[in-house]
Design a protein around this ligand. Structure first.
Ligand code: F6P
Length: 323
């Protein structure tokens, strides 16, 4: 393999740049040509493909976002779109791809290989940490720290005013950010999509706290929680506890930006190197991940179809510590 390309796709995550840098530098180190594709699969289709050199990735290891831009491509879901993408790759002589993204990205790469035989190695880049085959995804640790910083600040004002705060964090289908930032931020309760927490349980937990002379409370709610998110839960709780001061804060997309943490930079660097080395060693359609501090390649099919359940012990710990 002499020519490869790298792209970022789906929701961006802090550390994607560190991973792009690792892919480019590992390619240069191994004397292979590397191209950057902008805007994910959309750029593959439109031909937004440029050669990258060692200095194309100088001074980005510490930057959030992605210098290659990102997109969720509808066109790549069509056979016509993938044909155009293949023709553009062929025109550049690109023989292998490194995809930095999440499950949608790897689903696309799998179909593309079946149709056109271009191998892809993936690096898991998403703040959601919802991919099987790696303990952490690139960006997750930073997102948790960002959420935690906000929760700490909200706790100050919640305490001053004796308020209950429902804080919504990202995670459409996954409660990883919620559970970790909830434990780190000392939340009274964490609501995640993986388990059912009823509004009655929320009210019981709050009441127990007041009975124990707690004056303020923090409930962290993952956006994909079954009760409909922080606003919906807060409305129902307000109806019952009319004399309590209840507020909602939605942390939103701040969780997706910012300088990557040390952990994310290191993870991204390891996985970027592993992705290129994987391609050079003849691997295809696998995601590079780190499990128990060891590099592991997992077939895309497994990475996107298998669940990565939340550690139930973490949920138990929230209950114990909020007493
Ligand atoms: O997949 C990452 C993620 O940040 C999810 O947590 C969130 O549900 C979604 O992306 C938001 O997507 P968008 O940026 O398109 O609003």
């Amino acid at each position: 393999m002499k020519k490869i390309a790298v792209f970022t796709s789906g929701g961006d995550s802090p550390g994607m740049n560190a991973c792009i840098r690792a892919v480019v530098r590992t390619s240069v180190f191994n004397d292979i040509e590397v191209f950057g594709i902008r805007y994910g699969y959309n750029g593959m289709i439109s031909g937004d493909i440029t050669p990258m050199k060692s200095n194309s990735v100088s001074n980005i290891v510490q930057r959030g976002g992605t210098i290659l831009k990102s997109a969720r491509s509808k066109e790549f879901m069509t056979a016509e779109g993938r044909k155009k993408a293949y023709e553009n790759l062929k025109a550049h002589g690109i023989e292998g791809l490194v995809a930095i993204g999440g499950d949608g990205t790897f689903t696309g790469a799998n179909i593309f290989f079946e149709e056109y035989g271009i191998p892809t190695i993936g690096a898991p880049g998403t703040i959601d940490n919802d991919l099987y085959g790696t303990d952490n995804t690139i960006g997750f640790d930073t997102a948790v720290n960002t959420a935690l910083d906000a929760i700490d600040k909200i706790r100050d004002t919640a305490d001053s005013h004796d308020r209950v705060f429902f804080i919504e964090v990202m995670g459409r289908d996954s409660g990883y950010i919620a559970i970790q930032s909830g434990i780190g931020g000392g939340a009274e309760l964490v609501m995640v999509p993986e388990t059912q927490t009823t509004v009655d349980t929320v009210m019981d937990t709050l009441q127990t706290g007041w009975n124990r002379f707690k004056t303020s409370a923090i409930v962290v709610v993952a956006e994909g929680d079954n009760e409909g998110g922080a606003v919906a839960v807060a409305e129902k709780v307000k109806a019952k506890f009319q004399n309590k001061d209840i507020r909602v804060a939605n942390l939103g997309h701040v969780q997706r930006g910012g300088a990557p943490s040390a952990q994310d930079r290191i993870l991204a660097s390891r996985l970027g190197v592993a992705a290129v080395e994987g391609l050079l060693n003849g691997r295809k359609n696998q995601m590079a991940g780190i499990v128990c501090n060891k590099l592991k390649y997992t077939d895309f099919k497994e990475a996107i179809s298998k669940d990565k359940p939340l550690n139930p012990d973490l949920l138990r710990i929230v209950d114990i510590l909020s007493v």
